[in-house]
Design a protein around this ligand. Structure first.
Ligand code: DX5
Ligand code: ZN
Length: 218
């Protein structure tokens, strides 16, 4: 079972000072930076492009860029994000494109891969892909915006995916994203999650280093 870790989300950082926000994440002791990419089609919002992350690398960030593509056609952009410095690229199961080929291509590009499910998508939708991924991301809010409330009805989905992981001896990470704070992270950990995205709760935390350390102890 992978060791628990916090992936603070840049979406909740200062968009005029992204390098400072990334530096703050590193200073808090986090190894991962969750990078939310939105296209205004798959989700009703816009965020960053590959150049943003290339610039963060040039500014000196050595964080693990956990790149969450909320795109209708992610297969068109994986190469650009790999070149920009992504370490892991996750793609949603909901849009129609060749998921399996895109996951394989992400690895060919030298990145880890991940598959993501929206709250309305059953675990069964990604079950055939479990042997081919480095990470499964279960959305605990409808994607598009930070600051939403955690959906407890996603806990059984985590339990199901964790059960498949154990039964099959797989070791992909099981990540949760949306409304995660220390309280809800504990509930997700009990349901099998090991990787915790936190936007609002991280950037508002009085003790960010304490938050990172507490998640590592879950
Ligand atoms: C939502 C994004 C999340 C977002 C989470 O579409 O995928 O990563 O940053 O924000 P919080 O932690 O504020 O719910
Ligand atoms: Zn995300």
């Amino acid at each position: 079972m992978p060791t628990p870790l916090l992936a603070p989300s840049l979406l909740a950082g200062d968009h005029a000072r992204l390098a400072d926000s990334a530096a703050l994440v590193a200073a808090a002791g986090a190894a991962w930076l969750h990078c939310d990419i939105m296209d205004g089609h798959f989700v009703p919002n816009l965020t960053f492009g590959p150049e943003t992350f290339a610039a963060l690398r040039r500014a000196g960030s050595t964080l693990f860029f956990d790149t969450h593509l909320m795109l209708a056609e992610p297969q068109k952009y994986i190469e650009a994000f790999a070149k920009a410095g992504s370490n892991l690229i996750s793609i949603h199961i909901e849009p129609v494109y060749d998921h399996r080929a895109t996951l394989a291509r992400i690895r060919q590009l030298g990145c880890q891969n991940g598959i993501v499910l929206n709250p309305g998508t059953p675990a069964a939708a990604i079950e055939p892909l479990l042997g081919e991924v480095d990470l499964v991301l279960v959305m605990t809010v409808q994607p598009g915006f930070g600051g939403q409330s955690f959906r407890r009805d996603m806990l059984p989905k985590l339990q199901q995916i964790d059960a498949w992981r154990r039964e099959r001896g797989l070791n992909f990470r099981l990540e949760v994203d949306g409304g995660v704070d220390l309280v809800t992270a504990k509930e997700c950990r009990a349901a099998g999650a090991d990787t915790f995205v936190a936007g609002t709760s991280f950037f508002k935390a009085a003790d960010q280093a304490g938050f990172v350390a507490a998640v590592a102890q879950l």
